[in-house]
Design a protein. Structure first.
Length: 202
């Protein structure tokens, strides 16, 4: 009974944390005019979750991380935005153009590249929260992670995908938890693996 009560209390604490993080994400995304605010706010969500797991969260942490990660998060965010734009354009061209016998091969290659970029996208913010590195180093590290730990990278991607599916089925959860829930689940999973060093660099 005590264990159930402890679990219930912890679940409530996590739920409250996620709601608070989502509201902070909305506020600071708007503070940056969305265009320059959404990626630093996302980085701050992951950063606070990391510090929560370490037990080192301080007052004003979200604001400090938003400002600290402003440049790096925006560069990383728009690098991936550009990558996804190219992939979407390539997908559209592949669907409309008649490429003959090479079309299936190009289609398969595009799917593999899309899966690779998806794995990088699901892990890069986790790495950004843990390593004090520049944007290009973080992009490179996320690519290496997907290549070196493909199972872990795909499990992280699957966890995020499942939550997005839940959001699709129950859209009322989006304004409550938003980015915070997939961030917490994915970071908690990666934290439980041996991917991140026990002595974090940041």
């Amino acid at each position: 009974m005590k264990r159930v009560l402890t679990w219930h209390t912890r679940a409530g604490e996590v739920g409250l944390l996620l709601l608070k993080l989502h509201l902070l994400w909305v506020f600071w995304s708007l503070a940056g005019g969305i265009v320059l605010g959404v990626f630093p706010a996302t980085a701050a969500v992951y950063g606070v979750i990391r510090r929560e797991l370490l037990g080192s969260t301080r007052p004003g942490e979200f604001r400090r991380l938003w400002r600290q990660e402003f440049r790096t998060a925006n560069v990383v965010g728009y690098v991936f935005t550009a990558a996804w734009a190219v992939l979407l354009v390539d997908r559209r061209l592949l669907e409309t153009a008649d490429l003959g016998v090479v079309e299936p091969l190009l289609g398969a290659a595009l799917w593999l590249i899309t899966l690779f970029v998806s794995g990088m996208s699901a892990n890069v913010w986790i790495l950004a929260a843990h390593f004090a590195e520049g944007p290009l180093a973080l992009v490179r590290r996320s690519a290496i992670l997907v290549l070196a730990r493909p199972v872990q990278a795909m499990v992280t991607l699957l966890a995020v995908g499942v939550i997005l599916c839940v959001y699709y089925v129950v859209p009322g959860l989006v304004p409550v938890f938003g980015v915070a829930l997939p961030a917490f689940v994915s970071f908690a999973y990666v934290w439980g693996t041996t991917v991140l060093p026990t002595a974090p660099a940041s």
